[in-house]
Design a protein around this ligand. Structure first.
Ligand SMILES: [Ca+2]
Ligand SMILES: [Ca+2]
Length: 120
């Protein structure tokens, strides 16, 4: 029994070492696969509650409807270097606000946003 355990330990150590090799190889591959432009993809995070609380969704591009997240957003983080426009209605209609990159613990369109778009 003792011998068998010892041999199993050796085996699992070897498997771990191979796993690390594969992981680092894949990691290098993944890094090479990320286009430079993707690293600058603008992101926006919408939070259900004020002060960045509650459920949140992160978007890398605009949408015509937030679906179940319509009329729920109460705080926003605009990341990277892009302004975003937010509308009170679906399909970019109704009252809108434009936010520059930054953190907004509360917003004018509280519980009203339904669509949004990143601005050039
Ligand atoms: Ca809310
Ligand atoms: Ca609305």
């Amino acid at each position: 029994m003792f011998t068998a355990n010892k041999s199993n330990q050796g085996k699992s150590k070897r498997i771990t070492a191979i796993g690390l090799l594969i992981a680092s190889a894949l990691g290098g591959f993944a890094l090479l696969q990320v286009p430079v432009s993707a690293q600058k993809t603008p992101d926006v995070i919408l939070y259900e509650g004020q002060n960045f609380t509650g459920r949140a969704i992160r978007l890398t591009k605009g949408v015509d409807s937030l679906g179940r997240f319509n009329n729920k957003t109460s705080s926003i983080k605009v990341l990277n270097n892009q302004r975003w426009q937010f509308w009170a209605k679906e399909n970019k209609k109704g009252y809108s606000i434009v936010l520059s990159p930054g953190n907004y613990p509360s917003i004018n369109l509280n519980n009203d946003i339904e669509s949004l778009k990143g601005l050039k």
